[in-house]
Design a binder for this molecule. Sequence first.
Ligand code: B1M
Length: 217
Amino acid sequence: MLNEIREAVLRGDLDAARRATADALADGIAPGEILNDALIAAMDVVGEEYESGIRFIPEMLISAEAMKSAMTVLRPVLAEAGIEPRGRIVLGTVEGDLHDIGKDLVGMMLEGAGFEVIDLGVEVAAERFVDAVREHRPNLVGMSALLTTTMVYMPEVIRALEDAGLRDSVRVIIGGAPVTAEYADEIGADGYAEDAAGAVRLATRLIGGRGSGKGEG
Ligand code: B1M
C-alpha cells in the first residue's frame, strides 16, 4: 500500500495519491509512516532522478502536486491532536524560493502539536516577516529554504527584525535541506531542525513554559 502511494507520487497522479493515502489510513497504517516511508521517500527519488537528468522540472512539479494532494488527506489526521494554541509562529519560505512542501509539513506538525501557525507562503521578503511579527506578535519566526542560493537570505530576515527592534521579541528557527545547525549558529538564529518533528520539539523547547500564544513584545 505504501508502494502504491510512492508510485502514484512518482507518476504525478493526484487522484491515485489521494485515494491510496486514504486507503492506507483506513487500513490503520500510521500517518507518520505514510509521510516518511511513502511521500517523503517518493520526493527523494524525484530529487535523485532530477539530479541524474532522468526527470525534468514539469515532472518534479507534478509529483509535488501529487504529494500535496495526498497531504490534504493526511493534514487533518496529523493536526487532530491540537487543542489550545500553546504558542504562535510566523512561518514562510524565504525570498526567491518556491519550495513549500517541507514548510507546509512543518506548519502542519506544529498545528498538530497545538501551535497557531501564520503561514506567509513562499518567496517571503524580509519586510513581510517583519510586518507579520508586528501584526501577530508571535513567539517564533520559522524560515524554510531548499536552495543553497536562497538560504543566504535568512540572515537578511534576522537583520531586518533587528533593525525593526523586534529581534528580542521572537525566537528564530530555520530549516530546509541545505540548512545546518552550524549555519543557524553562524547567522544568529535560535535553532535549527532537520525535519518537521524536530521543528515541533525545537519550538516547544524554545517557548519553554511561556505557551500563551502571545508574543513577548
Ligand atoms: Co527543486 N530543488 N528546484 N523544485 N526540488 C531541490 C531542492 C534540489 C535538491 C533537487 C536536486 O537537484 N536534487 C535542488 C536544490 C539544489 C541546491 O540548491 N542545493 C532543486 C533545484 C535546483 C530547483 C530549481 C533551481 C530547478 C530549476 O529551476 N533549475 C528550482 C528553483 C525554484 C525556486 O524555488 N525558485 C526548483 C523548483 C522545484 C519545483 C517548483 C519544480 C518543485 C517544488 C514544488 C513545491 O514545493 N511546491 C521542486 C521540488 C519538488 C524539489 C525536490 C524534488 C523535493 C523537495 C521536497 O518537497 N521535499 C527537491 C529534492 C529533494 O529534496 N529530495 C528539490 C520533501 C520535503 C518534505 O522535504 O522540503 O526538505 P524538505 O523539508 C523537510 C526538511 O528540510 C525540514 O522539514 C521538512 C519535513 O521533514 N524543513 C524544515 C523544511 N523547512 C523547515 C523549516 C523548519 C524546520 C525544518 O523550521 C522553520
